[in-house]
Ligand binder design. Structure first.
Ligand SMILES: [Zn+2]
Length: 253
């Protein structure tokens, strides 16, 4: 299991929103590296060619008008690319990145997002001829409309944004959905910890994050390839954010 992280993700000057607040990344890295003992690898920024896999020229140019945001968002997309590449070689990876990406569509973005990190990572693997299909689980409290948009024309990608109202049904919804999938080439998880019971979503417990991680591990084991990666999306209740991400990773590893 590798953690994808870059010192620059500690920066808070690229935006002023819930995802860019101070200490957010520090809490997560302290839990993953300090308590979890995981190794860290650092990404390079996504290239303009990588960004173009998911976004229009106009959207990329619009983000580029804000140099700091563009630098961070390109590095964030680069983190997702690195995590997916590690996963392709059958080692699980979690990318601790920001800004998040699941509200970034081809030609627009909102909700703290700039570029669609998950979409870019998967489209790049496809472009390189490495995968033909994928499953995306997005357990953020908010629907990943950007990921849905960016990957909408790729018929071999299945995306689940669970909608169940309580944690038991939520877990069951994921289990039922993946039960019918016989094979995908890789599993990508948009890990949004704002679905936590003390965060906006008011739904999942720390142990539920562990269980979701473990479900994805079992799913990729069942398919015989263990190709799985996760990337950070939302998650704003800082006191428990580190332990929630660690719980997920311990189920996922
Ligand atoms: Zn969210």
């Amino acid at each position: 299991m590798k953690i994808v992280f870059h010192e620059d993700f500690n920066r808070t000057d690229y935006a002023a929103d819930g995802a860019s607040v101070p200490d957010r990344m520090e809490y997560i890295i302290e839990a993953l590296v300090g308590n979890g003992g995981y190794d860290v690898v650092s990404p390079a920024p996504a290239s303009s060619g990588d960004l173009s896999l998911a976004h229009t020229r106009t959207h990329i140019a619009g983000i580029a008008e804000d140099t700091k945001l563009f630098e961070m968002a390109s590095l964030s997309a680069g983190g997702a690319i690195l995590a997916s590449g590690i996963a392709f070689k059958k080692e699980p990876a979690f990318a601790c990145i920001r800004p998040p990406g699941h509200h970034a569509s081809g030609d627009s973005s909102w909700g703290y997002c700039a570029f669609c990190n998950m979409g870019i990572a998967l489209l790049k693997l496809r472009e390189e001829g490495l995968i033909e299909s994928a499953f995306v689980l997005d357990f953020d409290a908010h629907t990943g409309d950007g990921t849905l948009d960016v990957l909408s024309e790729w018929k071999e990608v299945r995306i689940l944004n669970p909608m169940a109202g309580n944690n038991k049904d939520y877990l069951k919804e994921i289990e039922n959905y993946i039960h019918d999938i016989r094979h995908v080439d890789i599993v990508g998880v948009s890990a949004g910890f704002d679905s936590y019971k003390k965060d906006m979503g008011k739904k999942l417990t720390t142990f539920d994050f562990y269980l979701i991680g473990r479900l994805m591990k079992k799913f990729t084991k069942k398919m015989g390839h263990e190709r799985r990666f996760a990337i950070l999306e939302g998650g704003y209740y800082l006191p428990d954010l580190g332990k929630n991400v660690l719980a997920f990773c311990q189920g996922f590893e």
